[in-house]
Design a binder for this molecule. Structure first.
Ligand code: ZN
Length: 273
């Protein structure tokens, strides 16, 4: 029997049987892990904040034996979820972030960097007004850290730097940007400046996003590229996306559909939260 004491972010939780709760956690020491909180629906003392998603805990996790689900034996509250549920747009972005970690982070692969990134993200979400650019940058920063970083500043085929004035392209199956030469015969036409704007966004803190000068039209176009990239490389539909886009409307526009494809890992990034 092994015991771990670790900070943990609740990604998702749901009832099991009469009194238990299954809790999906992203932890500092174990990475993503699912645990059962026995009797959680009766004992509010042992499990504060009802183990709601977005709560940060100091968790005591016990692993009974190989192959059995770990048990959450107790938890103290570090940060309640309440600061993240209003307004609705903020809650929607936070839900999408949790869904990304819950569905894409490797199980039992601890990453102190990813955990600190998650804590930084919650801090930004608590204090910043939510908007679609924040949602977009957070999504791309998060998938980049999980191994799917689009190549934006240079051509994914010939490595030629992309210039702002280029009639460049974007092709998920090649990994991102295409220079005007390589775009011939394929790839969605995309101004080079837009790709470089997203690259700057990935390299800058989320709080500095106003300085990127990416208005609603640029955000909408970047969402189309990101949707295609996400579907091609990750190939799942996020349950939270429709909710997010309803909660944080962006005037006009329509979304392109894209083929889904095999999961391939491109490269990871350490860009700031
Ligand atoms: Zn090229």
């Amino acid at each position: 029997m092994t015991e771990h004491r670790t900070r943990a972010l609740v990604l998702r939780s749901y009832d099991q049987r009469e009194s238990d709760r299954i809790v999906h956690l992203y932890t500092e020491q174990l990475g993503r892990v699912s645990v059962v909180a026995k009797g959680a629906r009766r004992s509010k003392k042992r499990f504060p904040g009802k183990l709601e998603s977005l709560t940060v805990l100091n968790a005591r996790i016990v692993e009974p034996r190989r192959g059995a689900i770990a048990r959450l034996e107790g938890a103290t509250l570090v940060e309640p979820f309440e600061g993240l549920v209003q307004p609705l747009g903020r809650y929607a972005i936070a839900c999408q972030f949790c869904e990304l970690l819950d569905r894409l982070a490797a199980e039992r692969e601890a990453s102190a960097e990813l955990f600190e990134f998650a804590m930084g993200v919650l801090g930004v979400l608590r204090s910043d007004p939510p908007d679609r650019l924040l949602a977009l940058l957070l999504l791309v920063k998060t998938i980049s850290r999980l191994g799917y970083r689009p190549q934006l500043a240079s051509c994914a085929m010939c490595d030629e730097p992309i210039a702002a004035r280029d009639a460049a392209g974007f092709e998920p199956r090649h990994g991102g940007a295409l220079c005007p030469n390589c775009r011939v015969g394929g790839g969605l036409m995309t101004p080079g400046g837009l790709l470089l704007g997203l690259e700057r966004g990935l390299r800058s803190p989320l709080r500095g996003r106003a300085e990127l000068n990416l208005g609603p039209d640029a955000v909408r176009r970047l969402e189309l590229l990101t949707d295609r990239f996400f579907r091609f490389h990750i190939g799942i539909e996020l349950r939270s996306t429709a909710f997010l886009r309803q909660s944080l409307p962006l005037a006009g526009g329509s979304r392109l559909s894209a083929r889904s494809g095999p999961q391939i890992s491109i490269r990871t990034s350490q860009d700031p939260p």
